[in-house]
Design a protein around this ligand. Sequence first.
Ligand code: GTP
Ligand code: MG
Length: 156
Amino acid sequence: VEQTYIMVKPDGVQRGLVGEIISRFERKGFKLTGLKLFQCPKELAEVCKFAVGLMCHEHYKDLKAKSFYPTLIDYITSGPVVCMVWEGVGVVASARKLIGSTNPLQADPGTIRGDLAVQTGRNVVHGSDSPENGKRETGRFLLLVFKHIITEMISS
Ligand code: GTP
Ligand code: MG
């Protein structure tokens, strides 16, 4: 089954849009098979910023040469993110349609970005752009959750 990696970005979490975003994928008929909030305790803010930053350096490595790259990393590490895996036939392309264009001002009404955002640098949600990247990003997510569980087991 095809899988896609959806991540509610820090602005989406801060604005209380997690439920709304999940709801849109649920109503469409896709299946939620993984979900994790990455939130850092205040005293660990710098460490967590570093960890999420590392994850994002990998996640956005194709964009490293872009002038907005440092701004992008600052944005993605500015607060907790909600990471999800959604499954279903054609889920990658369909999720991209539900999300809408990168620039929210160009995103169609009815899409997440079209309805809920105005700035490219605060566009609320990420979605994998190909089935291959869906697999790759989902794999990275599962590895992260697994590491987290193991770490908790060891420290408890
Ligand atoms: P993602 O689903 O997050 O990958 O977005 P996308 O596939 O629609 O766009 P792309 O992969 O090209 O860019 C990744 C993210 O970088 C975008 O979602 C934006 O948050 C950010 N970004 C892209 N272009 C710009 C830009 O010109 N300025 C700023 N500030 N951010 C940008
Ligand atoms: Mg992209």
